[in-house]
Design a protein around this ligand. Sequence first.
Ligand code: DGL
Length: 261
Amino acid sequence: MDKRDIGVFDSGIGGISVLKKIIKFLPNENIMYFGDTKNIPYGEKTKKEIQELSERIVKFFILNNCKVIVIACNTATIAALDMLKSLYKIPIIGIIDSGVEAVSLNGYEEISVLGTPFTIESKEHLNKIKIRNKKMKIDTISCRKLCPMIEEGWEKFENRYEVLDEYMSHIPKTSDALLLACTHYPFLIKDIQKRFKGTIIDPGEECAKELFKVLKKKDILSDKKDKGKIEFYVTGDKKGFKEKIEEFLGTHIDDVYEVNI
Ligand code: DGL
């Protein structure tokens, strides 16, 4: 019985791929989406920098009386989830375990993981997947250029297919599945599908299910009968952001607020 908001954040538009799944599972919830577009990409920053950036967003959500926070960013989850959980009482959900869970649900022999430099260098997916699936072969590929290109507007880049082909050429032919370990990559799902015939795993859906479980367990699911309101906040320019997310969500957005935190 709760009308307070769910806070969802990412370095930019990536978390919108998670938001889309959350709206599907929890259509009556009010949500505040925060894209730290002034500071993107997180994937090329240090752990300390990502922790500081993430903490100020968590404080923003707490000040706005959110009831739960979703880190809809693999990079920020790896760098800051444990630290934030140790400092704040509000429930905070990350996206790494959702990816690990989605991979582990099926008996793949070999999978490939695409992520930002920070995510891949941390070996977080590799280590966590190995604990649950000892025999699974895991290939990881660091894709430095993808997140910034998606954020700026994928279609603008004439060399986009060369860049994507280069990264995807590292995926072994024997890979059964591909884990999208950066929430920006579902924006390229059609281009990725054309280049990979196995199963493509987007952890957003598992993350939305986890969020539902947490809200239910804590008895803070919304009791609204009508559609929840979704508000969007960015630290950079709102114009391009609004256009991109309207296209991805396939719906009109009233406004996006620029904030300086
Ligand atoms: N969407 C973020 C992720 O899942 C991208 C991080 C970045 O800004 O580099 O990792």
